[in-house]
Write a protein that binds this ligand. Structure first.
Ligand code: DP6
Length: 325
């Protein structure tokens, strides 16, 4: 009982930042992302009757500890759904997500694991069911089921049955580009999981964040539909700054930014002033992602590459959703 699936990572334009239920991974706000072509995980799950525990290999190396536990706990959910509680698996994952690029490989990782795991155990889930399941591995992964633009609808039920991602527009709808700007120093001190928890519990700015989301979502979906790049980019940029503002007011306060993070943000602002439409967004780490249009690719890459403290710039197009190999 073996299956292989491939999933791409995604970058949030409207961020998921906060949980209302930590066990089921239910968010306090809806979010919206773009799936990226350049960054993906390929996972093979093989359920075998003779195994007494799961095995997890990442890039051909055995994994134990917390990461192993997250994978095995997620397989427990699949086993329960299938009614095969005592059937263990070997999981082989290959990450084509350069860790230095600061992308959460958990998004492509759990999406690929959910797709391969359910198929291997003999279930056939539709995308909605798959997204709902994937969410329980890592929230942002629920959006990686789809290519192009996807919205994770937060839902309001306590059992999470209405909390899953839906497609907004496919990858072919709009060729906008994302440059992942890699910084020389990328040590992440606060994980996204811990950071959002601290913010929800202690930041007085948190209610302002929540109140502002419905309007951001409404407007960015309009802008995506009409391919209005300036509007899409400015909403995404402002939404990112709001998310990061909540962390500064948390207790204890923290920020994901480094000096180079701010230098990149400043450079993006200068590009705009020179007439190159470019917008940044930042997740729970110091790296910056820059949105731009294909015709500006050369100038954008060159400008970002020459910022002191930047070691690499990795370019990506919109990517496809889950596929089975
Ligand atoms: C800042 O999906 O990594 O990237 O649900 O706890 O696994 P868990 O968190 P995760 O958080 C991602 C947060 C973010 C914004 C986003 O991707 O929407």
């Amino acid at each position: 009982m073996k299956a292989t699936a491939k999933a791409h990572t995604n970058i949030a334009l409207i961020k998921y930042w906060g949980k209302r239920d930590e066990a089921l991974i239910l968010p306090t706000n809806s979010s919206l992302s773009l799936t990226l072509d350049g960054f993906f995980t390929t996972t093979t799950v093989d359920f075998q009757a003779n195994l007494t525990r799961d095995q997890f290999m990442l890039d051909d190396k055995p994994v134990e500890g917390e990461s192993y536990q997250r994978v095995s706990n997620f397989l427990d959910i699949i086993r329960t759904m299938a009614g095969k509680e005592n059937l263990y698996a070997t999981v082989h994952s290959k990450n084509d997500v350069p860790t230095a690029a600061g992308f959460a490989s958990s998004a492509s990782g759990f999406a690929a694991l959910a797709a391969a795991g359910t198929k291997a155990i003999g279930m056939q889930l539709d995308n909605q069911e798959l997204s709902r399941l994937t969410r329980q591995g890592s929230g942002s992964a629920s959006r990686s089921i789809y290519g192009g633009f996807a919205e994770w609808e937060m839902g309001d039920k306590t059992d999470g049955s209405d909390s899953f991602a839906v497609p907004v527009a496919p990858a072919q709808h709009w060729d906008i580009r994302v440059a992942a700007v890699v910084l020389s120093s990328t040590v992440k001190k606060v994980s996204s999981r811990a950071g959002m928890k601290r913010t929800v519990e202690t930041s007085p700015f948190y209610s302002g964040w929540i109140d502002s989301i419905p309007k951001d979502l409404r407007e960015i979906k309009d802008a995506i539909k009409t391919k209005d790049f300036e509007k899409t980019g400015s909403i995404a940029e402002a939404n990112c700054l709001k998310m990061h503002a909540t962390t500064l007011a948390a207790n204890p306060p923290f920020t994901y930014w480094h000096d180079t993070t701010m230098r990149v943000m400043q450079t993006v602002q200068e590009m705009k002033e020179k007439g190159i439409p470019a917008y940044f967004t930042i997740d729970a780490g110091p790296n910056v992602k820059v949105l731009y249009l294909p015709e500006d690719e050369g100038k954008v890459k060159e400008t970002l590459r020459t910022i002191p403290g930047v070691t690499d710039v990795i370019l990506s197009k919109p990517g496809q959703g889950i596929s089975y190999l």
